[in-house]
Design a protein around this ligand. Structure first.
Ligand code: MN
Length: 494
């Protein structure tokens, strides 16, 4: 047997999921045949690429059809196979995933004119929304292509790396697939920002070296703090990815000061139950001082918009250094790293593809109500017909930085950076938006055009006699939902 296939099967055998070995072998053999004689620019036989992509898909816990589609993803476009070959041998479902990956691959986003960009992005999201396995296979494909990017001509390196930073990394983040996001960004960083990357590596090396030593001490201390009461505890540590550290260093308030990069090192405590999460928090606070004001975030009680759950606390760790500790169950951990892909691990649902419709209907992936973004994605496609509006929505709502704000009752709302109380009001309900006359943020009255910040508690003052939005709000709202509602009101008046 070919050593590449042996290698793939060893990963298949280690998977906690029951995969159909025979079907995977047949798919590999067809891929090998379809790509025979082809080489990657690295000089490796082409089959190394689909095999690597399939290994990622197996290790991310996806099903047999997704693994087969990963093996076959380039056979029609770049190899000697036809769609009919795939349907005949492996069925319509595998063929559809391959189709989707091919379509996404054909859609180039970077560098195209704006109008084209919108249309392409819309096409891409539509393909992806039909079956989430398509985007996950595509992310695995992109990951390997980024790992072998140095073999491409310089011009293509920059284009692909930029596309990775602008489209694929944010998509991975939005889907909650944290481990891929960080890897993609770090792979793209040196190509997109070569000079800044050189500086960063030069400046950061001593900090990372010190941090590496420090995490060993932290790990030992945390284990000894927790293992008596929670014998099954696992402590992991992680150093912040380069790209996200570099981005954060340039934020106002940090301004390049490494000592303010509190999350350069994070400790991760993994336990079995939610009760053990809170017990761990108590034990850690008993041993270390909690950093005042920076405080504790309870994303178990109030998960992030992409479904992320964890307890975060900032403590004065060994040597008085401020450290973030993240506490979560093993299941939460898997979801934090794998996001929607983790569904295939934890759900026994026999489903033919996790479409957005199924996600929204709650037929797959339990914390579906937390995946607001996926829901929004679908509703935009139904509501928004104007291309410019669609672009604004996607660019500003989906692919940009987000903030989380709260209603006085503690409901969480995921809004784009720069959102105002009016955006908040319309996010809650159109009726609330229309009746807004004032707002309080963290119990203080603010103007309606003030910018909200992460963690703000927003209270909307209404007057039931006031049933119409103010035209001037269009000057400062940033969400498509608010703009849409206000415009709709105006159009109905005319
Ligand atoms: Mn490929």
């Amino acid at each position: 047997m070919d050593p590449l296939l042996v290698d793939l099967l060893s990963v298949v055998d280690k998977s906690s999921r029951k995969l159909d070995r025979d079907r995977i072998i047949s798919a590999w053999e067809l891929a090998n045949l379809a790509h025979s004689g082809q080489m990657r620019l690295s000089g490796d036989p082409y089959i190394t690429h689909p095999t690597t992509v399939a290994k990622s898909i197996v290790s991310w816990g996806l099903d047999t059809d997704a693994v087969m589609a990963a093996l076959l993803h380039d056979t029609v476009e770049d190899g000697g196979a036809t769609r009919d070959d795939i349907v005949t041998h492996f069925g319509e479902e595998v063929a559809q995933i391959v189709d989707g990956v091919t379509k996404i691959t054909d859609i180039r986003l970077t560098g195209s004119a704006e109008e084209k960009f919108i249309e392409n992005l819309r096409k891409m999201l539509l393909v992806m929304a039909r079956d989430l396995r398509v985007i996950i296979v595509k992310l695995a494909d992109r990951l390997h292509n980024m790992q072998t990017l140095k073999y491409l001509p310089l011009e293509k390196q920059v284009v692909n790396a930029r596309e990775t930073l602008e489209i694929y990394a944010p998509l991975a983040e939005r889907l909650g697939i944290g481990i891929i996001k960080g890897k993609l960004e770090d792979l793209a960083f040196p190509y997109v920002y070569p000079d800044q990357y050189q500086h960063f590596i030069h400046d950061s090396t001593p900090y990372y070296a010190k941090a590496q030593k420090y995490v060993e001490i932290l790990k030992k201390q945390l284990i000894s703090t927790l293992e008596k009461d929670i014998p099954s505890v696992t402590v992991k540590t992680r150093l912040k990815h380069h790209y996200s550290a570099w981005r954060k260093l340039h934020r106002p308030g940090i301004d390049g000061d490494w000592s303010k990069l509190y999350d350069l090192i994070a400790g991760r405590v993994l336990v079995d139950t939610v009760a053990e999460c809170y017990l761990s928090l108590g034990l850690i606070h008993g041993k270390y001082h909690v950093v005042p004001y920076l405080g504790i975030s309870d994303f178990i009680a109030t998960p992030k918009a992409n479904g992320y759950r964890s307890l975060h606390t900032r403590i004065f760790g060994p040597e008085g250094r401020i450290i973030e500790i993240q506490i979560r169950t093993r299941e939460m951990h898997e979801q934090a790293e794998m996001g929607v892909a983790a569904h295939w691990h934890y759900s026994e649902t026999k489903s033919s593809g996790a479409s957005v419709e199924k996600l929204v209907a709650g037929q797959v992936f339990a914390p579906v109500d937390k995946l607001n973004w996926v829901k929004q994605l679908m509703s935009w496609q139904n509501q928004i017909t104007d291309n410019q509006e669609y672009l604004r929505t996607l660019k500003f709502d989906a692919l940009q930085h987000r903030i989380l704000v709260f209603s006085p009752k503690g409901d969480v709302f995921d809004l784009p950076y720069g959102a105002t109380p009016i955006d908040f009001a319309f996010a809650v309900h159109t009726g609330l938006g229309n009746q807004t006359v004032g707002a309080k943020v963290n119990d203080k009255a603010v103007s309606l055009d003030s910018k909200l910040a992460n963690g703000d508690v927003v209270e909307i003052m209404t007057n039931s006699k006031n049933k119409k939005p103010n035209l001037k709000w269009l000057d400062f709202v940033v969400t498509a939902a608010a703009r849409h509602a206000i415009n709709k009101f105006i159009n109905n008046q005319i």
